[in-house]
Design a binder for this molecule. Sequence first.
Ligand SMILES: C[S@@+](CC[C@H](N)C(=O)[O-])C[C@H]1O[C@@H](n2cnc3c(N)ncnc32)[C@H](O)[C@@H]1O
Length: 272
Amino acid sequence: MKNIPINSIINEDCLKFLPLLPDESIDLIITDPPYAISSGSKKPLSMKNIKKQEGFGGDWQIINEEWDTFSFDDYCILIKKMLQESYRVLKQTGTMFICGTYHNIGIINYFALSANFNIINEIIWFKRNAFPNLSQKCLTASHENILWIGKSDLWNYNYNTIKKLSYSFDRLKEANKQLRSVWDIPNNKGKDELAYREAYPDPSYWIKSQKPLRLIDRCIEITAQPGDIIADWFAGAGTTLVSALNHSLSYVACEINPKYVDVIKWRLAHQK
Ligand SMILES: C[S@@+](CC[C@H](N)C(=O)[O-])C[C@H]1O[C@@H](n2cnc3c(N)ncnc32)[C@H](O)[C@@H]1O
């Protein structure tokens, strides 16, 4: 593949898709790989022996997906290769936001350093409305982690624009104050973000780990420049692509599950 398939979503394993992309062709990668928390003995306490109860839901209890089941070694290979290829395809000014949890963010951090990335920030996404811990054996997980990493020290930070902003939902960001590395963003999704579920009522099309749009919007607004190409290798419900489209930026993405690819195409076609 000599050219990047701009504004397309490819139904492929990212480890097969990434080697086809040209060197230094992508400005920004925002991606959310599997967390490797669905496999048997390594399930975190918060997910062990828990049956779904009425009124409870959310990531920690219900992510038990085929795509998330790995041996530790296989998971390390996926993350290592994905990060090495991401480094190769990023422009010198390029950066990458990688979402994770406390189960996998250490692995991502390790392989990012070994692929030669700069660790710019670790962001703590504080989920004020996290649901209670049903096991009663550990603390209630109320954050996720996002690493912002750069290919060189030439990355763009839209400092002045971001400093001016405040958000009605974020108690930690005031107008004209620097943005901190703890983000107070409720995990609620708007009606528009879940509208695809009416078009695809079969729950096997529903992406339980779908990120809220305003989280991904913030990643884009921090660093993106007009004309940038935004990529996502684990596209899920397509949140990164929807955000890129809303910011009039180009995108390229892959996703291994054909059902999720249908969802993404639907969402992109129905963006207002
Ligand atoms: C955590 S979810 C991403 C959710 C997404 N951020 C969103 O907002 O909807 C991870 C996704 O990676 C996909 N996936 C898993 N392994 C993959 C691989 N090797 N290549 C491409 N996609 C993969 C899964 O099907 C799943 O949709």
